[in-house]
Design a protein around this ligand. Sequence first.
Ligand code: SF4
Length: 371
Amino acid sequence: MFSDELKQYDWDETTSRIAAKTARDVEAALGKETALSVDDFMALISPAARPYLEQMARKSRRITRERFGKTISMYIPLYVSNACTNHCVYCGFNHSNPLQRVTLTQEQVKAECEAIRRLGPFENLLIVSGEFPALNGPDYLEQVLHTARPYFHNLTVEVMPLKQRDYERLAASGLNGVVCFQETYHREAYNQYHPRGMKSIFDWRVNGFDRMGAAGLHKIGMGVLIGLEDWRTDVTMMARHLLYLRKHYWRTRFSVNFPRMCPAEGGYQPKVVMTDAELAQLTFAFRLFDNDVDISYSTRESPAFRANMMQLGVTSMSAGSKTEPGGYVSTPDALEQFEVTDSRTPLQVAAEIAALGYEPVWKDWDRRYDG
Ligand code: SF4
């Protein structure tokens, strides 16, 4: 389990090593054509790499085109429930917030699927839910998968970490991939951000990726929340985690995402702010570190920034997202989990992708591959 490996890495020592990287370390990493080490990755995300952004961008673009062509995979999230027993201090769905809780019925899920299909020819659906096992646990998720199945070829969930046998059961119902955010790899800070509820158990969450891999899921998405702790140290821990997962679950595809936090309902202010230049640097560094990883940007990011980054390393994007349950059919009173910055329609986003010489890919999986 990765929790055992993680114990070898000291947070402060990692932070110091990144800060100590020099221009020579960056140039050595940039000069390599073979696989980069975590040490190289640390050099590329360090402050010492800032003057090398152009070089990193050029190399990231070249590798991305070689591996993915000029394509952008399109996906859309479907929020099915904001019921949650957790107390994540940064999230508007936090159990303590007195908001209207909505868990969609299967009829409502069906209506949302139909509304999404009217927005664009999406085949990649990301089903998102809070963590309230009695309401949106594996039984409910299995029903949602069955309801959504006729409408989409590729079903992914972003829900609470599950047992291996539950992942296997959902895979048998059409689940293709799972996205899960570790939020932060800083164990002590993690406990402060997640004081109660199932999510307070750090090892259960961090080892969830092992359970996904052992269940044979086709794709695993991972990420940290940018804004909680020092982002350079957090993404280095994540790079180590990705390396570990690739070794152990080599049949699985992986994706990464770096959501930048925004103030949530309840007044949370991010502790760390990441600039656009820093997010670009991180994106290039990840592409150079892992040539094959899918790098995803959501509608949290602005249209102009997404347009630039889709030509330099990003390989999948959401579009037309509603981040409240029931959001595609109506505009209910339910609270959004985060505010969308790119509010263009999916077809407008696709038109821009095409205008930039890229192909928006709506379907890159067929349900017949599900085994
Ligand atoms: S981040 Fe997820 S688990 Fe935490 S309160 Fe929000 S919905 Fe619940």
